[in-house]
Design a protein around this ligand. Sequence first.
Ligand code: GLA
Length: 751
Amino acid sequence: MIRVTSSQRGEPIFHLRSGDSSYVFTVFHGYLLHLYCGAQISDDDVEYLLVRIGHDSVVPRPADTYQEDKWFSLDVATQEYPTNGSGDFRKSALAVRLMEKDGRTSALAGTSTTSLRYESYEIVKGKPTVDAQPAVYAGEDEAETLILTCKDPASGVTFKLYYTAFRDFSAICRRAVIENTSREQLPLDVLQAYSASVDFTSIEPQPELLHLWGNWGDERHIERSPIGHNTVSISSKRGASSHHHNPFAALVTKNTTETSGLAVGISLIYSGNFEIAADTDSFGTTRLMAGINPVDFTWRLEPGESFVTPEAVLSISEEGLGKMSRTFHKLYREHLCRGAWKDKTRPVLVNNWEATYFNFDDEKLLAIAKEAADCGIEMLVMDDGWFGLRNSDTTSLGDWFVNEDKIRCGMKKLVEQVNALGLKFGIWFEPEMVSPVSELYKAHPEWCLHIEGRDKSIARDQYVLDMTRQDVRDYLFDSMAKVLSSANIEYVKWDFNRNLTEVGSAWLPAERRGEIFHRFVLGTYELLERLLTAFPHILLEGCSSGGGRYDPAMLYYSPQYWTSDDTDAMERLEIQLGTSMVYPASSMSCHVSDCPNHQTGRNTSFRTRGHVAMGGAFGYELDLTKLTDEEKALIRQQVQEYHRYYDVINRGDLYRLILPTDTVNSKCGKCASWMYVSEDKSEALVTFVVIRTSVKPIYFLKLQGLDPKAQYIDEESGAVYYGDTLMKAGLNLCKRYTDGESVVIHLVKKQ
Ligand code: GLA
């Protein structure tokens, strides 16, 4: 997977062959220079690809290379991990600053010029655990990791760069570690430390940054922004990865499609403030980088301490976006998600949120559970409102004890009765929050994030707890553990319903307050890990007002995530297909909800709602006690169908066939279509939804991913087609549909 050869100068060239991709870089007078990232190539020494150009008056040359190579400049060279202030004027990945202490100083103190020079390398089998942050994992024969040790010659500070290449995935994992080994034993401030930076030469005909933007109830819409000679960047300063931008982007060309062209996705395994940026310099090199947002960030390292960046994952495809996504899906499903539920079939659940909101008691929950059992549903989830005095969203967050006015029989009894009906039981928490009207806030007003002397902004009537504090985390662990061990609770929905403001923390000294955003995220990770260690059987579902923290780091703890608070099937099409750019179907929690839909007022047939919700971890979110017999019969049928298709949906390969945005104003109205194909290509499930119908209902749907030479039977009609016919000529779906009508076709390979 990783081959190291020697350049003519005797410096190493690193060729990482990962899956069917190549990633090559070299050492040039100690500088790490990027050479190639794309489909696999045979040569190792591709140093001829180095960019050497530029006019002396605008392009500085490093002192130590000038005599030998007058044309070499960091400002035009393609770099692996560009640093600030030493000759590359483009965006830097790294900047650190030595500080003074106790009257001790250095000529370097207070300056942020940083230089990174290669010293040595090591290759280890598999993927070492660097620290406790979420990261991809791999067995010894599945991956190799290259660890480069570099130094800043003037200060003696050490930088370690980690690169993992995989046997079976066209992906590279990267991260950096900064160790304060400063010669003068001074403190060091990390000002910015991105996880990865990659320089691409000649992205033709025009580089674009594909990214996922959104808002509450409207997450992860696909947008492609041309990358001109300016920085195109997406970011979060919200303390969460956010509804607004997902920590993912792909470098594509103007001509990249689902099935062709370059698509290098970069996905950051991080739940806090991030930035992903791209720009093209005046010589045509496009730099793509991802990491912690340097805004509101500094990290103090005392001598001997180190800082580890989150991990960034590159998925490299020259066969379009579909392949890039499938690499992410499988890698995240198999090498990021963990725990008891990683491979286990997830239960079909009913959640009472849209059924009752805060207005429920034990009897109402049991009535829903009875209907659920009758319909074949496998778990009841008791959402917000079961604790403290919580009858609306204005009180009680933090008071994690049962409201016995509502759950009169007590938690244990309630769960026993639900279990007796044959259902599992799940519960909602929002651990990182506190309501100003709560016992917790009364006892510990200092436990929320705040800055003395400033007013605290309020959102959804709540404040955010200071997760950087050990006492806060201990309180949360103890109070949650008490509930979780009081009854047979098998699932937790972990919510996070507001963003961070006035980010201060009284216990940290001024020089460490730039650490609070990142420490908050690390504190949350620690609590998640502690709870999962104590309750390893629990299925965790992440949530943040829907998908406001739907990121790879959360998937490390919770193999499924509530995709969006918008449960309207038509709206969900764009949201789910956007989410599928990075995240596997098995992680996307999707529920059939009531009509008219609570968020949009739209009516969509029960059948279509089911077809769309089967795009991920399937469930219901409506009052089962109010349904007609006919609707309940449909639920029974849908649950059975979901079980039948479970493997192909959750473990198969996804192909996006039609994005709703592709068809606006086209001849066939507006529609969406996707399909899953099992890994051995023995079955496929195609979903086609007409969002807005047309007078010219011409739909020839070309499938993907099938075995071209195999014959497939359409289970419902009995028609038999060769795979190549279905992929080249397509299925004939021409018929007049009503708005919101959908079709699901199950194809099975003929023996
Ligand atoms: C958030 C979640 C919802 C629900 C409510 C409860 O908005 O996204 O699914 O749990 O909180 O308050």
